[in-house]
Design a protein around this ligand. Structure first.
Ligand SMILES: O=C(O)CCC(=O)C(=O)O
Ligand SMILES: [Fe+2]
Length: 223
């Protein structure tokens, strides 16, 4: 899996998710009653760094008897469905992305040992700005580049304006018209372009266990 992902580029080592003992580039998402899922929100992976991932590879290693589907949505389709005045208004705006929005201290810094790791990760990853409308570096198509997982603020707007607009944009991308839903079979492997997509891991299988491995491929600076 690591070799497959490496074909596309350098791999990211996640600062907070547990990784595989033999390969730090492989994230192990092992969810069960004592470690409930936290990817049940729409997000683009790792937008809290200056070069967010261009893609990721996800492999299903242990599945619940039902549930645990993953959905992906197109931020290009969402952008193209916005009215022209809304598209024009968003052009040129930037937004802040913060690791703490998806990796809060309450969960990832709960023990003294975790807290040290969490504090170091947060220090290493201060909030970062990216354009609200991004152009895909390969296709040249524009798409929405804000997500519920990490985006905290549209920088140029008043806080209340930003809150309302982010709320709208982050729910708009989730429309079924822009999305697909994957029902996993064991050892299925998904490869996605993370630059202008978001995904959502459904949390509907507790108290069953589900294990996924992820490799994350570094990308370029969003423009
Ligand atoms: O577990 C899943 O289905 C997806 C989890 C996720 O958000 C990810 O691997 O980036
Ligand atoms: Fe994700």
């Amino acid at each position: 899996m690591k070799q497959l992902a490496s074909i596309f580029g350098d791999l990211h080592i996640h600062p907070l998710y547990p990784n595989h003992e033999d390969a730090p580039e492989i994230i192990v998402l092992d969810t069960h009653n004592d470690n409930p899922p936290d990817n049940d929100n729409w997000h683009t992976d790792v937008t809290f760094i200056d070069k967010p991932p261009m893609g990721a590879v996800l492999s299903a290693r242990m599945l619940p008897s039902t549930g645990g589907d993953t959905l992906w949505t197109s931020c290009i389709a969402a952008y193209e469905a916005l009215s022209k005045p809304m598209q024009a208004m968003l052009e040129g705006l930037t937004a802040s992305h913060d690791i703490r929005q998806s990796f809060p201290q309450e969960r990832y810094g709960a023990t003294p040992e975790d807290l040290v790791k969490w504090q170091a990760s947060v220090e290493k990853h201060p909030p970062i700005s990216h354009p609200v409308i991004r152009t895909h570096p390969v296709t040249g198509r524009k798409g929405l580049f804000v997500n519920e997982g990490f985006t905290t603020r549209i920088n140029e707007l008043a806080k209340k304006e930003s809150d309302i607009l982010l709320n709208f944009l982050c729910s708009f991308v989730a429309k079924p018209e822009f999305s697909i839903r994957w029902k996993w079979k064991e050892y299925d492997l998904a490869i996605w372009d993370n630059r202008l997509t978001q995904h959502y891991a459904t949390n509907d299988y507790m108290p069953q266990r589900r294990i996924m491995y992820r490799a994350t491929i570094l990308g370029d600076v969003p423009r």
